[in-house]
Design a protein around this ligand. Structure first.
Ligand code: MN
Length: 150
């Protein structure tokens, strides 16, 4: 599942982690949201699913309250070790720019299908029940991301 991740990166140039095998037990799954100052500032939402970090790029600040809908574009799976990554991806490399952890915490999935993910996040900024649902926007990788209720 991490082939795309490896293919896009030159690990002699970037400090991003190489794929590792650290996996949480099923009652202690995690999420992380990284603020990524690439060509366009965006937020990378990553959820621990099946031993990897399933990932989406969110072009605007994530929805901390109900009533805000964000587009989230599905991107390549990332290794679990990426959840701790903060640093600078060098100029000329994929995703060049600063990466900072914006929020991190416990992830509890309620339902996962190809079209819909219902889950809880317990972080500092993201707390409560959230939804990711496939949308026709975004060239086949588009999802809507929102908080279910306050
Ligand atoms: Mn990114």
């Amino acid at each position: 599942m991490l082939e795309r991740y490896k293919r896009k990166r030159d690990f002699t140039k970037t400090e991003e982690p190489k794929p590792g095998s650290k996996v949480s037990d099923k009652d202690n799954l995690i999420f992380v949201i990284q603020e990524h100052h690439a060509r366009n500032l965006h937020y990378d939402l990553r959820l621990e699913i099946a031993g990897v970090l399933k990932s989406w790029a969110v072009p605007k600040e994530p929805p901390t309250e109900a009533g805000i809908k964000r587009l989230a574009i599905g991107t390549e799976d990332h290794p679990m070790s990426y959840a701790d990554f903060e640093g600078s991806i060098p100029e000329g490399e994929y995703g060049a720019g600063e990466v900072r952890i914006w929020d991190k915490g416990k992830f509890a999935p309620e339902k996962i299908t190809d079209k819909e993910i219902l889950f809880r996040m317990d972080g500092n900024k993201m707390k409560g029940e959230f939804v990711l649902i496939k949308t026709r926007f975004g060239k086949g990788n588009g999802w809507l991301f929102f908080k279910k209720k306050d």
